[in-house]
Structure formats: structure tokens, C-alpha cells
Unconditional design. Sequence first.
Lengths: 341, 380
Amino acid sequence: MSAPDDKIALRHGAGGPAMRHLVETLFARGARPEPGVIGLDALDDGAAIRLGDRWLVFTTDSHVVSPPFFPGGDIGRLAVCGTVNDLAMMGATEPLGLSLALVLEEGFARKDLERVRDSIEAACAESGARILTGDTKVMGRGELDGVVLNTAGLGFATRLVRDDGLRPGDAILCTGTIGDHGLAVMAHRHGLEGGAALRSDVAPLNGLVAAALAAGGDAIAAMKDPTRGGVARALVEMARKSGVGVLLEEAALPVRPAVRAVAELLGIDPLLVANEGKALLAVRPAQEPAVLAALRAHPLGREAARIGRCVAEPVGRVVLDTGFGRRLVVEPDGELLPRIC
Amino acid sequence: MAEPVALQFRDPARARALLEALARLTAHRSEGDPLAVMHVCGSHEQAIARFGLRAALPPTLRVIMGPGCPVCVTDAPEVDEAVALADAGLRVATYGDMLRVPGSARSLDDARASGARVEVVYGVAQAVAAAAAAPGEPYVFFASGFETTAVATAAVLLRDPPPNFFVLSAHKYIPPVMEIVAEMPETRVEGFLAAGHAAAITGWGVFEPFVARHGIPVVVGGFEPLDILAGFAALAELARAGEARVVNAFPRMVTREGNRRAQEQLWAVFEPAGGQWRGIARVPNGNLRLRAAFAARDARRRFADVLAGAAPPGCAPRADECRCGDILAGIAAPSDCALFGGPCTPAAPVGACMVSSEGACRIWHEYGGAPRIEVREAAP
């Protein structure tokens, strides 16, 4: 039989069912819910510890991307934004500080490292984050591919936002166009025709999220950033954890024409593609207009849209109304592969 | 951002009109005895799945997923050959959807995880460029696909690619497998939707002898949702009128003669050979293998010594119990198969119907049964 689990495969790092299974059986096997702690058992965007009347949110991310520089960003910007966004998704929109660990391959060009540093500094300035501590290691030539970055971050949330608060009737908002990051990187990596028009959306979302929280308050029931696995995985996880279904309208999904064109060419569904500068929000229906207006008033949320709503059934499932019919949206397992047939 | 242009082939209003026509044209049939038509192309199933057409079709029409995509019907021993070459240290390139297709014991993805040099390419030209960039190393393109992609492989071989470029052909040819399905005892298929892109090469005339032999209508259809619905409507009309002939519902791409130049290239490089299609049957003339004139490019000949040690053919675990053939013939549902959901799952598929993300068994597995979607807005 295929899919032996005695060796780690690429799919174990792709954020999907294979990775969840690996983490649950290897590391989270003893994790239990604890009062005042959101820990490994929750498999949320980050962890949180109650301190008095606030929550200390803590998250970490490792970043590997090939190539390290791509249209619209690079691994440095990605590393800062990834951690800032994970904090923001739990309601911690003012990062206290970040750590940065570098693992470099022997022979990595100093000028490339300076470029990475410059974008780290720029992303920190944009998000108001600071690198407070770090670590540097070098491995031999061929022992890793160029550069690996790890960032961890801390922030306080007065109201903790989880990814499991959805109720039937909630509106699902997306803060902008989908599929930009994953397809830009894929097109750049393989020199695809039509790829020159694509740019990664990598951006720090804490300002945008703060604006939404100020407008919506407790009506914002859940948030998640649709990174690996795209909108599909984020919504499947939110639906499953909340015990509801999600009904999406394909006509309402914001997708740039250039992204749609490359996605069609490769046979890849934009719903499954990673975003690095977008958030999904579940909002109680009464506050939907206020939250949507707040998102659209922010430079990173101009194309925010209501893409669907929560339904009672099917539980744990995401259904897409295509305008022709309906289909299930299933999260990808493993890397996205272009199809021939 | 510019407003997306509405594609005329994706107009939901026209789709609704076609769906109503389909309901009318099959109104004389019942849910228990629906009109059964088969498409024979992964791209059709992909579009049907992507646009959610199955959920919109009338219950009096049953669309059966045919022999699936060329990747899903690639048999385990063919994958074993590619895995053996990769394990032997050769660079092996393939299309992305072939990566996870299981061999007898392992997939190319598994081989890659063990350190083999397996590369995903978007087309044969990319494989040739990679071979040219490393002239010292043998580079094997594990070529899959129906006549559409086989023509691309053929064109490359006719243009004298770098000497280190080899082809391991798993190319398949569609018309013979339609014969197999038509001749299956108890087959319920009353019409075929043929693949427009393949027919663009072969011409729609290639189906005339088939229609004459079996008395089953064939409609050549394109891949936009409206193309597909129009194709089903044409089949329903032919079936209701009891007319067995070929209808070209994709005239903007397909002619009766097809692309002569492409046909010449295809048959200059390949010859038909019998071979097993995963979970379906041994299909006479269903595989395309390289002619003797291209022996120097044929990975099977060039690396015969390596392949001699590959797993013996026909040893895919439990393949003999797989009922893909019956499911494709429309006489069994996935739940009728003893392997379904147990020994055969998307992570460890046995037959073609579980390999493809649009295969009948895979879809049933994802949906937890027959693919119906009931949405309920609020809890009682």
C-alpha cells in the first residue's frame, strides 16, 4: 500500500490532514484542554495564556520558500507577516515583540541576507512589531536550501478571538482577493507564461484586524488567515471546530483575473491556494455591514467581500454554490499539483 | 482591479435553460431507470465536479464517470517502472497528478521522500529543457496522457531532443476502451460524451465505426459547463429518438478529419499495443508505445537492465477485488465494492476510481455516500 507513515513526506509539512495526523499522534497526544490556556489540543493559529483580565498570545512559525525572493515579497517579509498575522487572528493586534532565528546555508550571499534584513525591517515598521531576540546558525553547503527563518511572537488580547465561534446565519467575510500569494510563487518558481502579472499579497494584517474589531466588537465570532490550504482549509477547519456548515457563493469570491487565468491553466482551484495577506472573519449578521465598511475603509481591505454564510448543515463541510450547481470544497492534502487531465 | 469578464460559456442563465431541456428530454425515464450516459475524459469529470453540475442534473439522467483520466488508469506496474528508474538514481520527470498514483508498493512521491530525484513538470518541453541543462545525466520523462498529450511527446521526439532525454511511455488511446465499455455484459451505457480535445486531433470521424458496430450514439463535447450540458442534451435527444450517430457539439474545435499533421506525428512515433488499464480491463490497442525507430529514446529498452529488477506485473495488492470496471459500466455503485473505504481509500487507493480526485469512489468517499448536498440554514 502507498502512503507509508514511517518516513516523513512533503505532505506532512503541508498543513493538511497528513500534518494534523502527524502532530496529533506525535506531539499533541497527551494534550488536554486546561482552564485559562489555549494550547496544543486546540490546534489554533497560536496559543494563549490567561493573565488577569487579558490573554497573552504566543505563536511561532518557520518559513521555507523556494525561491526566497518572489514578486511582491520575500522570505523576510513573509516571516514577519506570518507571525504578526497569527497573533492578530487571535485578537492580539499590537505585537509586543518577535524573535527571529536564521538558519543559513554555507555560501548564502551576504547581499541576499541584507535584502532579507531590509524587508524584515520594513515589515516590522509597517506592523509596529520589533525583533527583540534572535539566533543564527549556518549549515554546510547542500544541507539545506539557502535560508530558513523562524519567527515567534507575543502579544496581548483583551478579547480572545478563536477559530471555532461560528453560528448558523453568521456572514463569512474575506478581506480581499484570494490565491495571489501561492500562484505568484508557483508561477515565478516555474517561469510560467502569464505569471509576470501576479504578485504575492504578503502583508501584516494587524491594523486591518484592529479596525474590524473596533467596528464589530463581540460580533466578530471567529477569525483565521487562509494561508497554506487556502480559503478551503481555513473554512473547513472553522466549520468542523464550530459544528456548522459554510455555504460559499462562487460569484462573490474576489479573484484577480490574472490569478484566475493562471489557476485555470494549471488546473488549480484558487480556493486551495495560499494567501499571506488576507483574513476570513465570521461576523454576526447584524454587525456585518459595519465590519465590512470598516474593512473596506482600510488600504488592505478595499476589496473585502461577503463570500458566504454559516448554515446548520452539512456540519463540518464547506459547500460552494457555483451558479450552476453546488459542490463540496475539500481541503487539499499535500502540495498543490498541476493536473494534466 | 479590472472587473472580471463574464465568459459566455459560463452563463448560469443559459445553464438553467439547458438543465430544463435535459429534464424535458429525459422526462419519459424515471429515477429508477435513468438515461445512463458516460463521459470518457477526466477533463469532463473535472469540469462537472468543479461547477457542481452533478447536483443540478435531473434525477432522470445519470452521468457515469468513464475510464477516467489517463493518470488514474495508469496501471501499478507502469508506475513501478518509473519508481524503479528513480530508485536507480535516474532523474525522472512527470506530470503533477502522476506523483501520488500508487504502484504495487510505492508511488513516485514515496520514492522522492526516500531521496530519489523525481521532478514535476508542466509539459514535455520543460522536461526537454531540464535534460538539455544537464547533458551528462540521463533524464527520463514518465509520459502519461491520452492522444492529446501523446502528440506533444511525439512532436518533441521528432525534433531530435538532447541525447540524454528518454521517454517512459504510459500514454493511452481512448477509442479502444470505448469498445470495451460497450461490450461489457450488462452495460447500461446508452450514449457517450467523447472528449473534445482528443477529437480535435483524431477528428470526430474516428467514432463512426464504433457507432455502426454498437448502435450507441456518441457526442463530441467541449469542456466549459455549457459545452458539457449541451453535449448531454444532444445525447438525450439522440437516445429519445433512438438515433445512433456521431454528433459534433464542439465544432469550434473539432472537424471530421481532425488534425492530420498531429495524427502523422502521433503514429510516426507511437504504435498501439494492448495493456492493462488500472481497475478496468486489458484494453487491446489501448496503450501507446514507442516504435522501434525510437528505441534509442525508449526508457524501457535503454534501461531494460534496471527494469528487469522492478516488481513483477500484476501484483498490485487486492487489484483482483477492485470493482472499478463494474462501477464504470454503471452496474455497481462504489458502496458495492468490498474494498471501498476499507482497504481502498484516497490515501491508499487500489483502483482508478479512487485515484482520481474526480473518480466516482473518491467522490463518494469525500461525500460519505452518494454525492448529494443538503443545506439547512438554521437549527430547528
